[in-house]
Design a protein around this ligand. Structure first.
Ligand SMILES: *Cc1c(COP(=O)(O)O)cnc(C)c1O
Length: 217
């Protein structure tokens, strides 16, 4: 199956309310162009430099989503164009995004990344720390940031029940916060291996790499 076949297949499978983020990290301009030519406009990358190089040469109506860990000192490179940052996990980072968004005269949409797996290597806030974190966000009343939801990654396991439970815990937090934040609308959960479980748990954005572009080296 070609890249465009894969995208068409995915779009048929998922509800039109769910956004398909084609995760193009490590993939070439030619491969991304093939996806774009099948009328796909949403792409996710996990490295600032790689995403920025691709943004420079590809059509400007592409929406670029930063899905990887973001360092404060690199926010300035993506602030002019990024359409959603999925991986916000600190107030320091939010302060910098707000500052760079203002410089560029933009509002930057952000998701807060929550650590729902037990794996140490994964980034994101612990669920326990979220109430304090959101209180801090309210106090800081950012004028150039919109927090529109949450992102999470489940454990890398074949145990579907474990994945289901991890997504469930995030969904509960999401529903809770929705009451307090009027613009809360996005729940970014689900990758190639677990998107079906994520869709059952109310995912509004799935981030699919290998099932669209093939395996990465
Ligand atoms: C790479 C990546 C994905 C996509 O992974 P696949 O298993 O190839 O679908 C999704 N989310 C994040 C944060 C990633 O880094």
């Amino acid at each position: 199956m070609s890249i465009s076949d894969n995208i068409i297949k995915f779009k048929k499978k998922i509800s039109s309310k769910v956004k398909l983020i084609a995760v193009s990290k490590t993939k070439s301009i030619i491969e991304i162009k093939e996806a774009y030519d099948s009328n796909h406009k949403l792409f996710g990358e996990n490295k600032v430099q790689e995403m920025t190089e691709k943004w420079k040469v590809l059509p400007k109506d592409i929406e670029w989503h930063m899905i990887g860990h973001l360092q404060k000192n690199k926010v300035k490179y993506i602030a002019p164009y990024v359409s959603l940052i999925h991986s916000v996990d600190s107030i320091r980072l939010l302060n910098e995004i707000n500052k760079q968004a203002k410089k560029n005269n933009r509002i930057i949409n952000c998701l807060i990344q929550v650590n729902i797996s037990e794996e140490q290597s994964k980034f994101g806030l612990q669920i326990n720390n979220l109430p304090d974190f959101f209180n801090q966000i309210i106090e800081n009343s950012y004028d150039s940031i919109e927090i529109i939801g949450l992102m999470g990654m489940a454990s890398f396991t074949e145990n579907e029940e474990k994945i289901f439970n991890e997504f469930t815990s995030l969904k509960e937090v999401f529903i809770n916060l929705k009451g307090k934040f009027p613009r809360f609308s996005e729940l970014s959960i689900g990758m190639s291996s677990d998107y079906k479980i994520a869709l059952k748990q109310g995912s509004t954005m799935i981030r699919i790499g290998s099932k669209i572009f093939g395996y990465r080296n």
